[in-house]
Each structure stands twice: as structure tokens, then as C-alpha cells.
Design a protein around this ligand. Structure first.
Ligand SMILES: [Fe+2]
Ligand SMILES: [Fe+2]
Length: 210
């Protein structure tokens, strides 16, 4: 399904720019380019990630609720939507604080949050989304197209990756599935409990055993 493939493609760029954001923080706010690079990172995250990518995913979320037998009022979609909503306040904080020591730690936290969010979507949401929509009679889904401003932000993201070579957070443990998610066992009981029917549970068990 085109929108799912496109979301995966967008994730590849966002994953790398999160590494550039971490590089920015590790390089330090005293660097002569720190203020300009921070402005560009915030611009990419505001326009491309929040203003474009999140809206496209929310089209997918809505279709999953309407056609994919997925609950919209509890479980992974609530957690993912809350995480989307958590991004603009951090960007406002970074933009108003500018290049300073406080922004270094905020940038590192944001990079880690982005990575954990991407991992959840790649390993929990997207593998289920396509099959559920097809089973629900949806073969294609149109997300909002990229405006010129979004396309400019995408090109800026590619430039940021060249300017600030992505680095990993050595203290962050990334992983597949629900287990690394801080909401698991707290406000979300994981995809098996939240989404799977008895039939799906049996089917997945059979795959694991077989
Ligand atoms: Fe997302
Ligand atoms: Fe995403």
C-alpha cells in the first residue's frame, strides 16, 4: 500500500535527522554554527515531521479505526497520537531557549523520543496496518500531499544529515515491539491485548510455533 511505503520512507529520513539532532547536542551549544543549525533542525521537525508526516499517519490511524477493527480510544493509537502532540511544545521550548546547555539535554531527549516512536510504528503499527486495511476493504489511502514548504523541509533534512552526521545515543536501548515502550503495562497493555482478536492470537501463536 502506497501510503504505508511512503511512511516507511519518511521514517528513514526522520531516523537520520534525529541522529543529526543528537549530534548537534553532543557537539555542544558553544559551537559557532549551533544557533543556525538548531533553527534548521527545529524547522525540519516542525514542518516535515509534525506538519506533514504526523498528519499523514493520523489519516492511517483514522482508517484503521473505521475499517481495520482497531480501537481509537485506548491502546497503541492513543499512545502514538499523544506522542505526536508532545512534539510541538518541545520544539517551542528549543526555539525559545536557543543554543544553550538546556537545549542540549532537551535535544537529546527529543531525539530519543523520536527513535522510540519510530521503532513502535515500524514494528507494531505498520506491519498490522496494511493487512487490516485490506481486510477492511481499503486497498489505497490518500494522505495529504507534500506542499512546496514540506518539500523544502525534506531537502533541508537531507542537508542537515550531511552537515551534522547522524549519531546514535549510546545510552538508548532501541528494540522491536511493545516491550521498550514506556506506556506498556501502564496506559497501554500492548498490541496483543489491545488489538488482537482470539482468532488473531491463535494465528500469531501458530506462526511462532510453526
Ligand atoms: Fe508517528
Ligand atoms: Fe512516524
Amino acid at each position: 500500500m502506497k501510503i504505508v511505503d511512503e511512511i516507511r520512507e519518511e521514517h528513514r529520513l526522520i531516523n537520520r535527522v534525529a541522529g543529526s539532532l543528537f549530534r548537534w547536542a553532543a557537539r555542544g551549544s558553544e559551537h559557532p554554527d549551533a544557533a543556525g543549525d538548531l533553527d534548521d533542525l527545529v524547522r525540519f521537525l516542525r514542518v516535515y515531521v509534525h506538519g506533514f508526516h504526523h498528519h499523514r499517519e493520523e489519516v492511517l490511524f483514522k482508517a484503521l479505526v473505521e475499517h481495520g477493527e482497531v480501537p481509537g480510544d485506548h491502546g497503541p493509537l492513543v499512545i502514538l497520537t499523544q506522542e505526536h502532540e508532545g512534539v510541538p511544545p518541545v520544539l517551542d521550548e528549543l526555539a525559545s531557549a536557543g543554543a544553550c546547555a538546556g537545549s542540549e539535554s532537551a535535544a537529546k531527549r527529543l531525539a530519543a523520543e523520536i527513535w522510540l516512536h519510530l521503532d513502535k510504528e515500524e514494528t507494531v503499527l505498520l506491519p498490522e496496518a496494511e493487512r487490516r486495511l485490506i481486510d477492511g476493504g481499503i486497498r489505497e489511502l490518500e494522505g495529504p500531499p507534500a506542499s512546496e514548504e514540506v518539500e523544502a523541509a525534506r531537502v533541508l533534512g537531507l542537508a542537515l544529515v550531511r552537515r551534522l552526521p547522524p549519531m546514535d545515543d549510546p545510552n538508548l536501548i532501541r528494540g522491536d515491539g511493545c516491550i521498550p515502550c514506556p506506556a506498556f503495562g501502564d496506559t497501554c497493555h500492548g498490541i496483543e491485548t489491545e488489538w488482537w482478536s482470539d482468532w488473531e492470537m491463535e494465528h500469531h501463536r501458530g506462526l511462532d510455533e510453526g
